[in-house]
Design a protein around this ligand. Structure first.
Ligand SMILES: Nc1ncnc2c1ncn2[C@@H]1O[C@H](COP(=O)(O)OP(=O)(O)OP(=O)(O)O)[C@@H](O)[C@H]1O
Ligand SMILES: [Mg+2]
Length: 317
C-alpha cells in the first residue's frame, strides 16, 4: 500500500523568492502530523500545494496514491481541507453553505441533509446555522470552515491552523474531534500553539524558510530541550542555600537556575547533564538531608525553547 500522503521534493517559488524549498515527507494512516514554523515559513503554501490549490514550481504530492496534478479529481475526493482564514461566501448562512458544499461533493436528498446536520452538530454551530456567515464571529467562521472540510468524511484531512481564533472551550472540543477522527484518517495540521502539538499530534515537522528542519515525535522534540528531565525544587528560604549547594554537587546536575519565589518558598531548577535523569538522586539527597522541600517537579522539556533554537538561526522574513 502506498503511504496516505507522499510529498516529494515539493518546491514553490514566487519570482526570485523560494517559499517552499525541496520539501519531502510521507504520512501514514493513524498519524496526526503537526506542522510548525515561524510566520512565513511556508506551512500554508505547502498545504495549498498538497491539496491542489496551488501549482508547485517543481516536485509532486500524492494522496492515497493519486497524484494531485495528474489525478486532481480523485485526489480531492479523499481530501478535506480547511484553508487559512474565513470561509468564502459571506452572504450564505452556514446551513446553505454546507448544503452547497454537500451538493458539490455529490450528495443529495436525505443523505445531504443527514451529512449537513451531522457536521453542524460536530462543530457545534446549530445556534448560528441560519445566520449570514459574514455576521459570525471569527471562531464561528472557523468552525464553519472545519465543517465543510469534514462533511464528506475524507480519508485525509489538511487543517491550516484549525483552532486559530477559537475560545478555550472550543479549542478543547476541536482537539477532541481531531483525536477521535485520527483513528481512521490521516491528519496534517498547522499550528502556532505548541501545547496543541503535545495534545493531539503523533509527529511534528518544523519548517523554517521553506525547509524541513526536523521531523520527529513531540516527545523527541521535548527531549531536545535543556529542561528535559530538569527538576524544580521549592524549599523553605532558611534551607535554600544548603539545598542549593548540596544538590549542585550531585553527579547528574549540570547547573542551577533560580526562579522567583512562590508562596513564600525559594525555587530553583536543577538542569541535568545531557541525557541524564536526576529525579531519583535529587529525591534521595533531599530525604537524606531532611530539607523541608515543598515540591519536586520533573519537567518534560520546553517546546518553545526547542522551537526557537531550531528556527531562529534560519528564521523567516
Ligand atoms: N502568492 C504569493 N506571492 C508571493 N509570495 C507569497 C505568496 N504566497 C505566499 N508567499 C510568501 O511565501 C512565504 C510563505 O508563506 P506561507 O503563507 O506559506 O507561510 P506560513 O508558514 O503559512 O506562515 P503563517 O504562520 O504566518 O501562516 C511568505 O514569505 C509569503 O509572503
Ligand atoms: Mg499559514
Amino acid at each position: 500500500m502506498p503511504p496516505m500522503i507522499e510529498i516529494r521534493n515539493l518546491t514553490k517559488r514566487f519570482g526570485p523568492f523560494t517559499a517552499v524549498d525541496n520539501v519531502s515527507f510521507q504520512v501514514d494512516r493513524g498519524e496526526v502530523l503537526g506542522f510548525l514554523g515561524p510566520n512565513g515559513a511556508g506551512k500554508s503554501t505547502t498545504m495549498k500545494m498538497l491539496t491542489g490549490f496551488l501549482h508547485p514550481t517543481s516536485g509532486s504530492a500524492q494522496v492515497c496514491g493519486h497524484d494531485i496534478l495528474e489525478a486532481p479529481l480523485e485526489a480531492k475526493k479523499v481530501i478535506g481541507y480547511l484553508p487559512e482564514g474565513a470561509p468564502l461566501y459571506p452572504d450564505m448562512t452556514p446551513r446553505t453553505f454546507l448544503e452547497f458544499i454537500a451538493e458539490v461533493r455529490g450528495f443529495s436528498g436525505a443523505e445531504k441533509t443527514r451529512r449537513v446536520d451531522d457536521v453542524i452538530a460536530k462543530v457545534n454551530i446549530a445556534n448560528v446555522a441560519s445566520q449570514r456567515i459574514e455576521t459570525l464571529s471569527k471562531g464561528f467562521k472557523r468552525r464553519v470552515g472545519l465543517a465543510q472540510a469534514i462533511l464528506h468524511d475524507p480519508q485525509v484531512l489538511v487543517l491550516d491552523e484549525p483552532t486559530d481564533g477559537l475560545d478555550p472551550n472550543q479549542k478543547h472540543e476541536v482537539r477532541n474531534l481531531i483525536r477521535a477522527m485520527a483513528k481512521e484518517k490521516v491528519i496534517v495540521l498547522s499550528t502556532h500553539i505548541l501545547e496543541e502539538v503535545e495534545a493531539v499530534c503523533s509527529r511534528t515537522i518544523i519548517i523554517a524558510r521553506g525547509k524541513v528542519v526536523i521531523d520527529c515525535t513531540p516527545a523527541e522534540l521535548a527531549a531536545r530541550s535543556r529542561y528535559h528531565n530538569a527538576v524544580t525544587v521549592s524549599v523553605a528560604p532558611d534551607k535554600a542555600n544548603a539545598a542549593r549547594q548540596g544538590l549542585a554537587q550531585l553527579d547528574g546536575v549540570q547547573s542551577i537556575e533560580d526562579l522567583p519565589s512562590k508562596n513564600g518558598s525559594t525555587q530553583f531548577v536543577l538542569i541535568p547533564k545531557p541525557k541524564r535523569s536526576i529525579a531519583v538522586e535529587v529525591g534521595q539527597k533531599v530525604r537524606e538531608a531532611r530539607w523541608e522541600v515543598d515540591e519536586l517537579r520533573v519537567e518534560n522539556g520546553r517546546l518553545d525553547e526547542v522551537f526557537r533554537e531550531l528556527t531562529q538561526t534560519t528564521s523567516s522574513n
